[in-house]
Design a protein around this ligand. Structure first.
Ligand code: HEM
Length: 483
């Protein structure tokens, strides 16, 4: 902002910003005091709807650098050369809390990356966990209702949380992860990120691959215990946000080494786990991590509302060489985010500086709407046209996927080793004795808030099926707490 007198929104100088205009000294206020009316009216409209999930977050800009050759697998231009750099914006978040919630809580963390590539923005909207609670988008609103405040009590209710999880056994893997040590990261810098879903990469020759992304923190994993988190959440509700901003201000730029697991498309049908089931990982022994990049955050946003609150990320923002998989969760997300952005930020959300492409320009025939800035000037607004307007490329971003069968509300196909408990059990058995102890205690503490025995028992039974020892210890710990 330039120096000079305070003005109204229309730029006229303001004589008095302390006293409103009255009819006589001590009399009622005049409608002609436009400064007063403008200030009050603008203030009433300062808020936009918060994100329905992941409302609480922090963001930063940075750079993605290619460190490994992945051109045999994808033709995405930003990945075309070792050493190539692409600007990024990353927003971290918690999931269930509202905008003013504390950061240090047991909850997954969002890890949403926008790559400003020369072929358009590529958004990878992931979490700090490789899996999720459910495998079909149709269950997402119900699931989130159980994580948010109860319509009657106005609080998050253990009954709702464990009722839904108990009745949704596919959640067992993610819940085991969440109540383990990694369930409360010490900061956004000290955790990994995952694309979580399976995505498609395709190369110049038109070959398709299924891939999973992993971002491994270079700061090392650091977590909080339940007790540490309880104190920190009270003392410094903004702990994650502050940590990220201050680290970048100090020049301690956080970074992540980026890997991908790559499955040739032909192997998907016979893989031991359904590769499009978001409740499952691909063990590294089956598909090893291939390193291909470094992501560094090195610039704080200047205005949190403009650049973080109004930032939009969509799993449907792909670039040539990258596309969706048939994962039913991902398919639902391809709709949900754009819809949320149009409601939350508006139809021209993509035009805001943080959201628009930085390394190319958007050339569409969409026009007008709230807060349209006239960027297209007098250009024709239809296609095809004879005036040199933008044209289609005739080359899809991703390769087609073969499908068979009839339409219908189908259950996610089960592969040879799929069931709801196998990977939760494997995760439990990987833990040290101390970790198991903390996991059982964390879960038992949360379960002890459940008011109905049948709900608690059904929830415990899922962990019993994952691992007999896990179930036995959890049952005993819950009994001790519930009496
Ligand atoms: C079908 C399941 C899901 C639906 C319908 C859904 C829907 C949404 C919606 C509506 C938002 C708010 C968007 C906005 O207002 O800008 C959101 C945010 C977010 N979701 Fe999901 N979500 C789903 C599953 C997931 C999964 C599986 C992940 C991670 C693997 C995830 C990660 C995120 C992240 C990181 C954000 C915050 C993005 C940001 O920072 O702006 N979501 N989700």
């Amino acid at each position: 902002m330039t120096q000079g007198p305070l003005t109204t929104e229309a730029g006229a100088p303001v004589a008095d910003n302390q006293n409103s205009e009255t009819a006589g000294v001590g009399g009622p206020v005049l409608v002609q005091d436009q400064l007063l009316l403008e200030k009050l009216a603008h203030f009433n409209r300062e808020r936009i709807p918060e994100r329905v999930v992941h409302a609480r977050g922090a963001g930063a800009y940075g750079t993605f650098t290619v460190t490994g050759d992945v051109t045999p697998y994808t033709r995405a231009k930003f990945l075309s050369e070792v050493g190539k750099e692409t600007e990024v914006f990353l927003r971290f978040s918690t999931v269930a809390g509202n905008l003013g919630a504390a950061d240090a809580v047991r909850d997954p963390r969002g890890f949403a990356v926008k790559f400003y590539t020369e072929e358009g923005n590529y958004d990878l909207v992931g979490n700090n966990t490789p899996v999720f609670f459910i495998r079909d988008a149709i269950k997402f609103p119900d699931f989130i209702h159980t994580q948010k405040r109860d319509p009657y009590t106005g609080s998050q209710e253990a009954d709702n949380v464990f009722d839904f999880w108990g009745l949704s056994p596919e959640s067992t893997h993610q819940v085991t992860w969440l109540f383990g040590d990694r369930g409360i990261p010490a900061s956004y810098r000290h955790m990994d990120g995952f694309g979580s879903h399976t995505y498609q990469w395709n190369n110049e020759a038109g070959e398709a691959f299924w891939v999973k992304y992993h971002f491994k923190t270079d700061q090392g994993i650091k977590n909080l215990t339940a007790e540490e988190a309880e104190i920190l959440a009270g003392k410094d509700p903004d702990s994650h946000q502050r940590d990220l901003r201050e680290a970048i201000e100090r020049g301690e730029y956080p970074s992540w080494t980026v890997y991908v697991q790559i499955m040739p498309a032909a192997e998907a049908a016979t893989y031991r786990f359904n590769p499009f089931d978001l409740t499952k990982v691909w063990p590294h022994a089956d598909y090893p991590l291939v390193e291909f990049g470094k992501l560094e955050l090195n610039r704080n946003p200047e205005n949190i509302f403009a650049e973080v609150e109004q930032s939009i990320f969509s799993p449907a923002h792909f670039v040539p060489g990258i596309g969706p998989s048939p994962d039913k969760m991902l398919q639902g997300r391809l709709f949900a985010y754009g819809d949320a952005h149009r409601y939350r930020v508006g139809i021209n959300a993509d035009h805001l500086p943080v959201n628009r492409p930085h390394a190319t320009e958007a050339r569409t025939n969409s026009r007008d709407g709230h807060l349209y800035d006239g960027r297209h000037k007098g250009a024709k607004n239809y296609e095809p046209n004879s005036f040199g307007g933008p044209f289609q490329t005739d080359r899809p971003l991703w390769q087609p996927v073969a499908v068979t069968g009839v339409t219908g509300e189908s259950v996610t196909p089960v592969h040879a080793e799929d069931n709801d408990f196998v990977q939760a059990g494997n995760l439990y058995r990987l833990m040290s004795e101390d970790e198991k102890e903390r996991l059982v205690n964390n879960l038992a503490n949360a379960l002890s808030g459940v008011t109905r025995d049948d709900i608690a028992e059904r929830a415990i039974n899922n962990f019993r099926q994952a691992d007999g020892d896990f179930g036995k210890r959890l049952e005993a710990a819950v009994q001790a707490l519930r009496g």
